[in-house]
Design a protein around this ligand. Sequence first.
Ligand SMILES: Cc1cc2nc3c(=O)[nH]c(=O)nc-3n(C[C@H](O)[C@H](O)[C@H](O)COP(=O)(O)OP(=O)(O)OC[C@H]3O[C@@H](n4cnc5c(N)ncnc54)[C@H](O)[C@@H]3O)c2cc1C
Length: 369
Amino acid sequence: MEKFYDVAVIGGGIIGSAIAYYLAKEKISIAVFDSGQISGKTTSAAAGMLGAHSECDDLEVFYPFARRSQQSYSILEQELKELTGIDIRRTPGGIYKLAFNETEKQELGPLCGLTTVEWQDSRYIRQTESAISNDIIGAAYIEDDVHVLPQAVSRGFSQGAQMYGAAVHEYTHVYDIQKNGIGYILKTQAGEFAVQQVIIASGVWSNSFFQQLGLENRIVPVKGECLSVWKDGISLQHTLFHEHCYIVPRNDGTLVIGATMVENDWSEQPTIGGIEQMISKAKTMLPSVGGMKVASFWAGLRPQTFDGRPFIGFHPEDNGILFAAGHFRNGILLAPATGQMMRDFVLQREVDEKWVEAFKIDRKNYCLV
Ligand SMILES: Cc1cc2nc3c(=O)[nH]c(=O)nc-3n(C[C@H](O)[C@H](O)[C@H](O)COP(=O)(O)OP(=O)(O)OC[C@H]3O[C@@H](n4cnc5c(N)ncnc54)[C@H](O)[C@@H]3O)c2cc1C
């Protein structure tokens, strides 16, 4: 037997790293196991938008959870910088959700009803964003939906956790979880580890544990293809968003353009067709994209659940096993709130009952009945 930990987290993407950070901060003995490098999978493919408003169509449960997570970032930015020296590049500017016609403007109506969102007409927008398409009639402006650098956040969480005493085992695939008295034995590529509790945060690959642990629900991969381009002399201060395509101005001189939605595709390579589709959508928002130089292409697998909400909670029949997976399009946004919720579960603190119900593992999969 290699070593004993109170808690083992399987998966060192942004979700597993956030959980490790919040638990290590509470002096829980914790280890993270990842098959590869920390934040090397889906987390590294993300654009980094904190879209609590722009991604939200459920104002009752999802929005308050997402908003709490988004707001945590202002504290985290400072906290991780002081602790680890890592700058998560939280970039102001917010998002313009564009409307090209009256129907699209009307569709943005409920969003513009929130106090944190305002409608701006095209003439006003073009005063700051002169490169934007002449064809827009206006946009919902969401100042608080800023963006961060996902890998920096994930590395910040992971290094912060290690500074609070967590162990991180990279290139250590976990094959199996076996019950052993009141705890568990993890069978890994680096031998066996004894633990009291196990948290499964393996993104789209959590499926193998759902299956192994007798759970019916599953996670489906939704591939997203992106590219980045050098913006050269063009100025863009805000993220542009239209019909599931976005252009995010990173502060390293590039624009990130994404992302396709290809369901049930497990390959992590972008296709020419997918990239073509993104370029054509981006040109409708920012016509000058066509002349920009390409910096890179990539793809990642979003972990989608049947209802678009993550699975966060206990195994229905075993309090020693917890899940935090299936964050789909919003894992970067939801990482702090997920980490805090898992910390509270492990420490047996109070957790908002609405969230417990909404995210529980065995909620009904209406698609299967
Ligand atoms: C193109 C694209 C754009 C996106 N843009 C945004 C965005 O702007 N904003 C936002 O909030 N979200 C965005 N997302 C979604 C976000 O990236 C995901 O929701 C998030 O990264 C999921 O994180 P995770 O930690 O659950 O999964 P991952 O990052 O995939 O981490 C899971 C980890 O588990 C490890 N693992 C798997 N199986 C095992 C095992 N058996 N043993 C050990 N380790 C294992 C893997 O190696 C991996 O490192 C985007 C996603 C894509 C693809």
